[in-house]
Design a protein around this ligand. Structure first.
Ligand SMILES: [Zn+2]
Length: 117
């Protein structure tokens, strides 16, 4: 059997300035990296719980290869969820990993997988 692998991108989320002042305690340049299933926060730098909650749903899709016409492949700047806050968060790909399926799940691969592209 050939090795079952897939691609995951490593991500960097960084706080950037928007068109208005910050309301929250964001720091320009602070953020975190996502590698596999793990988040690595910048050492000693706080990151807003509410901003993190807004960003979390976007991270797993952005870790995966995307169709070039998918908005997820083109829209990388996310607003702070506080509507009065000018902070923005830029999501960048900073690396690429080839991951072995066996390292991520014990679920057997189905024969006719309806999720397959
Ligand atoms: Zn904010």
């Amino acid at each position: 059997m050939s090795e079952q692998t897939f691609t995951l991108y490593d991500l960097r989320v960084e706080t950037i300035e928007g068109d208005r002042p910050f309301v929250c305690s964001h720091e320009v340049g602070s953020g975190f990296e996502v590698r596999g299933e793990n988040i690595h926060m910048d050492a000693g730098k706080p990151f807003s719980l509410y901003a993190l909650a807004a960003l979390l749903p976007l991270l797993p899709p952005k870790q995966r290869p995307l169709n070039e016409f998918d908005w997820m492949a083109t829209d990388h700047v996310i607003a702070c969820p506080d509507p009065h806050c000018g902070a923005r968060f830029r999501i960048s790909r900073i690396g690429r990993q080839v991951v072995r399926r066996d390292d991520t799940t014990v679920e057997p691969l189905p024969e006719n997988n309806p999720w397959k592209e």
